[in-house]
Design a protein around this ligand. Structure first.
Ligand code: ZN
Length: 129
């Protein structure tokens, strides 16, 4: 079966604190988060910018979170304000997954990896594609 997998990476700076955390992570602090997005598909699609079905999806739709929070992204945001849940790395990955899914065609298997530090990261995916 033909299979294409797009990969892209970006970084954003943001502040957060972990609600109810018994330790220093419970105080407001910042991270430079690194995000890797992979998007796997067995077919190609048209996009908002290309009428013919020659793309899995637009790379720019996978990188929305790199934009400033005033433009709908997460850069220079307070993650406790952007997410309606406690902004652990796990929840940030899930949030980016769900928001990215809304921007791309159906049938694409997404995987989101979020690095909170150089040595700590989490992957999130869903097995429904
Ligand atoms: Zn933190």
């Amino acid at each position: 079966m033909p299979t294409w997998t797009l990969h892209t990476e970006f970084k954003f700076d943001a502040a957060h604190f972990i609600q109810d955390y018994d330790g220093k992570c419970g105080r407001m602090h910042g991270h430079t988060y690194k995000v890797h997005v992979s998007a796997k598909s067995h077919k190609l699609n048209p996009s908002k910018y290309l009428e013919t079905d020659d793309m899995v999806c637009d790379f720019k739709e996978l990188k929305w979170a790199a934009k400033g929070s005033e433009k709908g992204g997460l850069d220079h945001s307070v993650l406790n304000d952007e997410l309606s849940i406690n902004p652990t790395a796990e929840r940030i990955a899930e949030f980016i997954y769900k928001k990215t899914k809304e921007r791309i065609p159906d049938g694409i298997k997404l995987k989101i990896t979020v690095w909170e530090t150089e040595t700590c990261w989490v992957e999130y995916t869903e097995d429904n594609v």
